[in-house]
Design a protein around this ligand. Sequence first.
Ligand SMILES: [Zn+2]
Length: 194
Amino acid sequence: MLIGTDPATFLDNEPDLAGQVLEWADVRRRTDRFKARHRAEPFVRVLEARHNDVWRLQARRLLGASEHIAAGHPKVCRLAAILVTGGLASADDIANLDDPPAMTRAQIQSTLLGDSDARRTSHNEQALIICDTCTLMYPLPPSGEPVAGRCNHCGGDLLDGQERASIPTPAQRLHSIESRLRQMEVQCGRSTVR
Ligand SMILES: [Zn+2]
């Protein structure tokens, strides 16, 4: 993400930075870890600053996607789960916010669980599996089959329904992102004033 998806473009557009990274890779092969880390400091600072810039843009974009947030769409949950750890989303993940959400989370949920399963949800979460990213509930696989695989709607890991309490809700993740963004903006403001 930081150097783009095409290394050749990175080399063309940012010859200095690319040169430093390539030179460092060579140093890293020939020297010990401590020296290599020391040599990396100048461009690591540049990459970190850039990482933070992109993170702030992505966080603002996500927090501004009120229609998607209101729909609770799994794609939004996926973005929130990436950004809340300080990571950066791919261009494709961000592009998911361009079009209005086709379905709400509630609509998707009701297609996943038939009436009988939906009735069980509130009574017996052990009978269901849950996505650790968008918290969609899926019916248990036929008896004997292990609970494994990925959520069809966001790519999250599927866990036993009993794990539900340990999974942060998408709203909690969005809230953490908002706090972190506000904190970063305060810090940026200070460094600009200085
Ligand atoms: Zn999911």
